[in-house]
Design a protein around this ligand. Structure first.
Ligand code: PEP
Ligand code: MN
Length: 359
């Protein structure tokens, strides 16, 4: 990433920290927030959205062009670099005119190949850093497509932002991290830096540090985080924004992983262990969901006076899981044992409901 290589050391780029409000709201809010970020934090790039993609019309859709002039003013005054979200060719042209240093493609835009192509064409020839947020839906192909479209027009200074994925089932976070997707992106594109956006993953202020640290443990190279001079008064995403002072406390609490050669082994093993931990967390979540559904089925069976154990259904599940498992290279005996223990637990829960034992 070239947006912040002033502190590079041992050929390693310093972590890139982008911070700023979700939206530019007024000249005063932009300038005051930028000043406080400069004064209190180690962030080097000031972010603010001036065009906001809204689910429903009628919400605040961004302050528009004038916001870019406030960003430029903030940059001149503080020396911070600036970053803005672009969703159309016109946005790109405007952002370039106002000397914005970093342009990012938002999650709702990455899903649309027409928009990404339009943006890529408008970016042709620029060496500005372009950050691509993951698509809002968990489809790595769209993320890959965006990288390829940018590279095809010669845009090489690219980074990725992991901001989580929307899912039908509401979990702990506003957007499920689904770590396996950015991990796969890092495997496919080891040369492209990955940045974590804990604000949009969490949707709250309390889990930001934990998610930021998880990203760093996976070897991510930066952080984008929403910070507002007066978060409670923010026009958008107020639940997840923190003050610049709070941001600095968060940054000071993070452990940045070193990438030096003599640490290569421990770095690699830490990263792999962190992946295992995240997969285990996901397993727990999946097991919880699966067993809760089994309990719902148990209720239905009870209401309809149906036996807990339905051998045909169990046979079907087992056969299909063994088939699926072996087709991706898993051992059939392992799948069988794994499914049996899960099935036993479902039966136990359903039987407890009926208080009539397994029949
Ligand atoms: C944002 O960064 O404020 C934003 C709109 O993000 P996302 O595209 O991740 O929803
Ligand atoms: Mn936001």
């Amino acid at each position: 990433m070239k947006a912040d290589n002033s502190h590079s050391n041992n050929n390693e780029l310093a972590p890139l920290i982008l911070a700023g409000p979700c939206s530019a709201e007024s000249e005063e809010q932009v300038i005051q927030t930028a000043r406080a970020i400069k004064q209190h934090t180690t962030a080097t790039v000031f972010r603010a959205g001036v065009w906001k993609p809204r689910t429903n019309p009628g919400g605040f859709e961004g302050i528009g062009l004038i916001g870019l002039s406030w960003l430029l003013q903030a940059k001149k005054e503080t020396g911070l670099k600036t970053a803005v979200e672009v969703a159309t060719a016109e946005h790109v042209n405007n952002a370039l005119q106002f000397d914005t240093d970093v342009l990012w493609i938002g999650a709702r835009t990455t899903v649309n190949p027409f928009s990404v192509q339009e943006i890529a064409d408008a970016l042709k020839g620029t060496d500005k850093l372009v950050l691509v947020k993951n698509p809002i839906n968990p489809d790595a192909k769209l993320w890959i497509g965006a990288i390829e479209r940018l590279r095809k027009v010669g845009v090489e200074n690219i980074g990725l932002i992991h901001r989580g994925f929307s899912s039908y089932v509401k979990g702990k976070y506003r957007n499920a991290p689904m770590w396996q997707i950015p991990i796969e992106m890092k495997r496919l594109y080891p040369e492209i830096p990955m940045i974590v956006d804990p604000s949009h993953i969490c949707g709250n202020r309390f889990d930001l540090q934990d998610i930021a640290q998880k990203g760093l443990n996976l070897g991510y190279q930066g952080l984008m985080i929403e910070s507002h001079i007066d978060p409670n008064a923010a026009w958008t995403d107020k639940e997840q924004q923190i003050t610049p002072r709070e941001l600095q406390l968060l940054l000071e609490g993070l452990i940045w992983k070193k990438h030096q050669a003599d640490e290569q082994f421990s770095q690699q093993i830490d990263t792999l262990r962190e992946q295992i931990n995240l997969f285990d967390d996901e397993l727990i979540q999946l097991l919880t969901n699966r067993l809760a559904t089994a309990q719902q089925i148990g209720n239905l069976k009870k209401e309809n006076n149906v036996a807990v154990l339905q051998s045909n259904r169990w046979n079907e599940i087992l056969t299909s899981m063994i088939e699926k498992g072996t087709s991706v290279g898993l051992n059939d005996q392992f799948i069988q044992a794994f499914m049996e223990i899960i099935h036993l637990e479902s039966i136990r829960l359903q039987s407890n409901m009926n208080q009539s034992g397994i029949d």
